[in-house]
Write a protein that binds this ligand. Structure first.
Ligand code: ADP
Ligand code: 5GP
Length: 187
């Protein structure tokens, strides 16, 4: 049986990664979205085991000690990690897997898993990025400033990715990511 492909989607917070990934997952049964573990508290409406596995610092440390992560990173004062077993199991059963992770995590995966396909999602402008993070209305003002500061640095890594998609019109961005995924299969 053929192995599934690993697609790594990253880009600054608020650029629309989650929105794009949700659409792709809903429209395609053959693609799985990896559920990360995080020590961040759930935002309103987020569900444990659906959006993330929300864990304590101790539980996260234990998963590191047990070699349970494909990668993990400290992002905006919290820890986030990609569970190794679940991702490798899906790939070996032939399912494509999307990792929606930050740029540090993406660069780590690129070193360990260079056959992955790396897609950077860019906002149309920094002004629009601020509007989206503020419009999402789920982060405190100081957290928003922290995320915007990091965004400037993250944008400089875009060239390290195989593909760059500007998320201006959402439908167009979703179509572009879907086309990249289809083209990678026929390559
Ligand atoms: P990320 O996962 O990159 O942090 P989200 O998917 O949470 O970003 O999107 C941030 C906000 O921007 C959300 O409120 C979302 O509805 C909105 N958004 C996403 N894509 C677009 C778009 N193309 N145009 C306008 N708003 C968008
Ligand atoms: P948020 O707190 O907004 O859900 O996510 C913050 C950042 O952490 C986003 O850039 C998101 O892509 C990233 N992230 C989510 N899960 C993981 C993960 O497992 N590993 C890494 N490195 N980053 C992650």
């Amino acid at each position: 049986m053929r192995e599934g492909k690993l697609f790594v989607i990253s880009g600054p917070s608020g650029t629309g990664k989650g929105t794009i990934c949700d659409r792709i997952i809903k429209e395609n049964d053959d693609v799985a979205l990896s559920i990360s573990m995080t020590t961040r508290k759930p935002r309103e409406g987020e569900i444990d085991g659906v959006n993330y596995y929300f864990v304590t610092d101790e539980e996260f440390e234990r998963a590191i000690a047990e070699d349970g992560f494909l990668e993990y990173a400290r992002v905006y004062e919290h820890s986030y990690g990609t569970p190794k077993k679940a991702v490798l199991a899906r790939l070996s059963e032939g399912t494509d897997v999307i990792l929606e992770i930050d740029t540090q995590g993406a660069m780590n995966i690129k070193r360990k898993y260079p056959e992955g396909v790396f897609i950077f999602i860019k906002p149309p402008s920094m002004h629009e990025l601020r509007k989206r993070i503020e419009g999402r209305g789920k982060d405190d003002p100081d957290i928003i400033e922290l995320r915007l500061g990091e965004a400037e640095k993250e944008m400089q890594l875009a060239d390290e990715y195989d593909y760059c998609v500007v998320n201006d019109d959402l439908d167009e961005a979703v179509e572009k990511v879907k086309k990249i995924m289809a083209d990678e299969h026929s390559a």
